[in-house]
Design a protein around this ligand. Structure first.
Ligand code: 5MM
Length: 357
């Protein structure tokens, strides 16, 4: 029973049990938490009508995918979705719980422009969060998610323009502080916080520049988590991989990316954290799986935390491209979704092979 527990809500053991179950059996998370604007944008690209009913139908396709729970331990929902039902009237949250998938909820209110810091964003959503978390917990959610975004501006880094280096210290501090306050509120409500600092892949920065920025961001995040008294054993980290920017002329090998990412995480993420579940961040599904696979095949036995996935685009987009909003395509799209999730489970085990698909 994913939705209830004999342990008191808010107790440490409840948090630890949820975190452990989310990281168990070589599974990962499915981030089906696109906000209305993001979901509509993805639909528009494929000519799918951007309506409430189409978003509902899409989410029904996902939650009713056969054997999704073979590879997925938890699904992150969006506020619209957590209130929706299948066509036969079953709440999505119950469909997930019955399938053995733990429901979670995205609770940030989105990233907005940061005052005085052109090109930088700060994530909002702390106002009223305590009450929202309580309501989501009563609905059956067991974990939550909050995303902060950091962009690397190579020109600013190279020229060292005063107050123009991005991400700026102000942006890192503001977002790390908000992530920590969110995480503390989640734990108070008995929800495992997924802490998601994303260093964006857009731009022409190098792998080394991404490593430096990611290291600074993660250091600040854990500093703030400690200051706010967040229990490290009762949270999960959802970072971006350390990658060269999409426009960088040098694109390192899968193995180099795996080495740089693992070394960055070893320097910054305390061993008490039970798991790290990567976002895919605009990588192709194959690259995201191959890089996760390389990290696990090269390092798994030597790492203090589980290394898994919490992908949205890398699992969902291939299925969306098959569905195209047509009822007749649902079964085929579900097969693609199931296979994508299975590939990432294999990557978590260090046993993924693109050729096997
Ligand atoms: C970075 O986005 C998260 C992971 O998704 P990818 O694997 O596609 O990178 C994801 O959970 C994200 O938070 C939502 O998809 C997008 O949320 P918004 O609020 O931007 O619609």
């Amino acid at each position: 029973d994913s939705g209830s527990s004999s342990q008191a809500i808010g107790s440490t053991s409840h948090l630890l049990e949820t975190a452990k179950r989310l990281m168990a059996d070589d599974k990962g998370l499915l981030a089906m938490d696109e906000s209305v604007a993001t979901c509509n944008r993805r639909f528009a690209k494929l000519g799918i009508a951007q309506s409430l009913e189409m978003r509902r139908a899409y989410r029904e396709l996902i939650v009713t995918t056969p054997r999704l729970s073979d590879s997925i331990s938890g699904a992150i929902l969006f506020d619209e979705t957590i209130h929706q039902h299948t066509q036969d009237g079953t709440p999505f949250i119950n469909v997930l719980i019955d399938a053995g998938i733990i429901p979670g909820i995205k609770v940030d209110a989105g990233a907005v422009d940061m005052a005085g810091h052109p090109g930088e964003k700060v994530t909002e959503g702390l106002d009223g969060l305590r009450e929202r978390l309580e309501a989501y917990a009563l609905m059956g959610a067991r974990f939550a998610k909050w995303r902060a975004v950091f962009s690397i501006d190579v020109d600013a880094i190279q020229t060292r323009v005063i107050n123009r280096v991005t991400p700026s210290i102000a942006c890192i501090e503001a977002n790390a502080h908000a992530l920590a306050r969110y995480a503390a509120l989640c734990q108070e409500a008995g929800l495992v916080p997924i802490v998601e600092p994303e260093v964006m892949i857009n731009g022409s920065h190098t792998l080394q520049q991404c490593a430096q920025v990611t290291e600074s961001v993660l250091q600040a995040v854990f500093q703030h988590l400690n200051e706010q008294g967040v229990l490290l054993e009762g949270l999960l980290l959802k970072p971006s991989m350390v990658l060269p920017g999409l426009l960088c002329p040098v694109q390192e090998s899968v193995e180099t990316v795996a080495d740089m990412t693992v070394s960055c995480l070893l320097r910054t993420v305390p061993a008490a954290v039970p798991g790290i579940a990567f976002l895919s961040g605009g990588q192709t599904p194959e690259m995201a799986s191959a890089r996760l696979n390389a990290m696990n095949s090269r390092y798994k036995s030597r790492l203090p935390w589980a290394l898994t996935f919490s992908f949205s685009r890398a699992i969902e987009l291939p299925a969306l491209e098959v569905w195209l909003g047509q009822d007749d395509n649902v079964e085929a799209a579900q097969k693609v979704l199931q296979q994508g999730a299975a590939n990432d489970k294999a990557a978590r085990r260090g046993e993924y092979s693109a050729a096997a698909n």
